[in-house]
Design a protein around this ligand. Sequence first.
Ligand code: ZN
Length: 146
Amino acid sequence: MDSGPRQYRRVLDYLNEMIQLCRSRHRLDLVIEYQEAWEEAALAIYGKLPARLERQTYQPSPQQTKPVKTASRVEMFSKPLRKIIGRMGEYELLECGHQIWQPQEFLFEGVNHKRRRCGECAKAKQQAKKPPSAATEKLGRKEGTA
Ligand SMILES: [Zn+2]
């Protein structure tokens, strides 16, 4: 906006500086005084602001605020988080006994991950959900019933 001569705007700058100064000196009485002066000056220079739009208080519906359930997100969250208990070269050993290949170039410097999502556990869980006949193939270890 380039309405109002430059010197008028310098008045606003000056008043602004005074507001900052008074605030830093804890002179709230003067802060209020200068703020009122600033309002007056701004009104004189720029005029009244246009009225608020009616749709200002637009509220998104709950549907819109929910994160979108994309296929990749669903897949990611189906993998349970497992603690990393060891590293061997580019492999990470998880507490569940599975290993995850984690190439060095994918690691960010300074970020030390403590957990990973285990795709193998997700697969096992998926199979456990299937009819009992399919689940009894090679789950020799004790992994709970879930
Ligand atoms: Zn696992």
